[in-house]
Ligand binder design. Structure first.
Ligand code: HEM
Length: 207
């Protein structure tokens, strides 16, 4: 997979054409699928905002050790569900989905916060704290209601979404394994290539 990123779209286009030409000449690789995307500039604050206006990219591996654990395969199949693969390689899932931004942003901010499970202004989880704190899935108010709604995105994205004590995955600390289940930012440009074979190799819908 090629991912080409720049703050200048012309640079992306020129780099893409050059790389594809070189790869075709050197190993017969041809383009299989392409997607363009964007992320806003990071202008202070804890993370970029995404197309629904919320900070996105708060729960990601940050330290070298986190990245090592969450991103890079070690080539060892531990038998615990870890994906075995070549050491130093990684895997990536790309998912495209429509987002009705007009309908979402027309909602009251409080409702938007409930849907995401974080505060739109600050990025802080509705369980309290600051943007870079982990959502406390088990936190409740004085009436016993969970602070992060049962259908909130950050709860659904959590490996242990039950409101009861999350003993199944330990205390609610930031975990590289958890973060690796999804970062929602879009890359600037993604291209799939494959070695040329009998098929045409033309750009087409992602398989
Ligand atoms: C329309 C698509 C999506 C939007 C707009 C969206 C938006 C968000 C936002 C605003 C956050 C909170 C900021 C953060 O924690 O970085 C978040 C967190 C997260 N999202 Fe998404 N997301 C989308 C799709 C997905 C998908 C498809 C997955 C997984 C397959 C996913 C997994 C996660 C995870 C794991 C978190 C971290 C939760 C946490 O803070 O503990 N998201 N998303």
């Amino acid at each position: 997979m090629l991912q080409i990123r720049s703050d200048d779209g012309v640079v992306v286009a020129l780099a893409r054409d050059t790389l594809l030409r070189d790869l075709a000449a050197s190993c017969g690789a041809t383009e299989r699928w392409r997607a363009a995307g964007f992320v806003p500039a990071l202008e202070g604050g804890p993370a970029n905002r995404n197309i629904v206006g919320f900070h996105d990219g708060l729960s990601i591996p940050r330290t070298a050790a986190d990245v090592d654990e969450a991103v890079w395969l070690d080539g060892v199949d531990t038998g615990t569900g870890t994906v075995a693969g070549p050491a130093g390689a990684t895997t990536m899932v790309v998912r495209q989905m429509p987002v009705d931004t007009a309908a979402f942003t027309a909602l009251a901010v409080e409702r938007q916060n409930e849907i995401v499970g974080r505060d739109r202004d600050t990025g802080a989880p509705l369980s309290g704290g600051v943007a870079l704190d982990d959502p406390d899935i088990g936190a409740k108010d004085e009436t016993g209601q969970v602070l992060i709604p049962l259908d909130a995105h950050v709860r659904r994205a959590h490996p242990c979404p039950r409101a009861s004590t999350p003993s199944c995955c330990g205390a609610a600390t930031r975990s590289p394994t958890r973060a690796s289940t999804g970062s929602c930012s879009s890359p600037s440009s993604v291209t799939w290539i494959r070695s040329s074979g009998p098929s045409s190799g033309s750009t087409r819908a992602m398989p």
